[in-house]
Design a protein around this ligand. Structure first.
Ligand code: URA
Length: 322
């Protein structure tokens, strides 16, 4: 390997390590495969840390058998932050175009109630090796028609409990990947967009960690109005609002939905299993793969859980790449 190539490789690894550190991965237990440095082996084309993380001795634990020290590679807190990771520019995922909802979501007619569409989604099935799973019907909804139907919503008590505005789903309505959280917080209520506060900034990093940009995915919540004091939405509140996000899933038809936290997971999958048991495996929602993982707000309280989210997101990336 020529010197220039080697230094380029080191630069890449440095950036990838920095990125993982931002996600809270403090140590990497791994023996670097010899081939990475072999002259015969072509440079890895996918420059994320898969090569390292998947290496035979990777323990997946934060207590490594052997931690490789990268004294020069790890950014000190005082070092200037670079504007963004090149990881997000890598063509690691097949992408669909970012749709402009104002242009593409032009049908304004509203068809049926939220409940109707929930019922409609049960009508078809696909055969899998072990069981038949119901899949979603085509919907005549559009994002615009759903928003119009929501209107100045007063369907649940939250409208009278201090909400400033309704926070609608945002992003790419043609996305392969959709994120669903619980309900807006103070920042979202103020700005009118989901996940724009501290948890939202962490969500952006999580999205970028799998090589996507935030604007390439679709982001919404089970509840569109802020519960006072950021309490969990009550069942009567989720029941009133949830049908609209379900209808949006039928419009977007993502390949994967990542549900963030227990409230989102329970409301989408209609189970009560703890999030610690649900996360890490794909579940099915009418033919859409659902990956439950920890809520970014929880990660802010317990950064050690970022490792699990990283593991979940790698599975999401693999599925999207397949
Ligand atoms: N938490 C959520 O669940 N949703 C948001 O939009 C923001 C924080």
């Amino acid at each position: 390997m020529r010197e220039a190539e080697f230094s380029e490789l080191v630069k890449d690894i440095r950036e990838q390590v920095r990125y993982l550190k931002e996600l809270g991965v403090d140590a990497i237990s791994v023996d670097l495969p010899e081939e990475v440095f072999s002259v015969k082996t072509p440079r890895p084309s996918d420059r994320d840390l898969d090569q390292i993380v998947k290496a035979p001795n990777y323990s997946g634990s934060t207590e490594p058998e052997r931690t490789i020290a990268f004294p020069k590679l790890i950014r000190s807190d005082s070092a200037p932050k670079r504007p963004g990771s090149r990881l997000s520019a890598l063509p690691s995922l097949k992408r669909r175009n970012v749709a402009n909802p104002e242009v593409t979501l032009h049908r304004l007619e509203s068809v049926g109630s939220a409940r109707d569409v929930e019922m409609k989604t049960t009508s078809a099935t696909i055969e899998t090796s072990s069981r038949a799973l119901p899949i979603m019907d085509e919907t005549t909804d559009t994002i615009t028609s759903i928003r119009e139907e929501i209107g100045e919503c007063k369907r649940c008590p939250l409208h009278a409990l201090g909400r400033k505005q309704i926070v609608h789903t945002t992003g790419n309505f043609n996305a392969d990947l959709m994120f669903i959280g619980e309900a807006p917080g103070a920042d979202e209520d103020e700005q009118g967009f989901p996940f724009v506060g501290r948890a939202g900034q962490l969500l952006t990093k999580i999205i970028e960690s799998i090589g996507l940009k935030r604007e390439e995915v679709c982001i919404g919540n089970i509840n569109r109005c802020r519960p006072p004091g950021n309490r969990k939405p009550e069942p009567v509140e989720t029941a009133a609002c949830r049908p609209f996000i379900l209808r949006e899933i039928a419009v977007v038809k993502p390949r994967v939905v990542v549900v963030l936290g227990a409230t989102a997971a329970h409301n989408l999958l209609q189970v009560k299993t703890p999030i610690t048991k649900l996360r890490g495996e794909f579940h099915d929602y009418f033919g859409v793969k659902v990956m439950p993982t920890f809520h970014p707000a929880y990660l802010l309280r317990d950064p050690h859980k970022k490792r699990e989210v990283w593991e979940d997101m790698k599975k999401v990336r693999e599925l999207l790449n397949s």
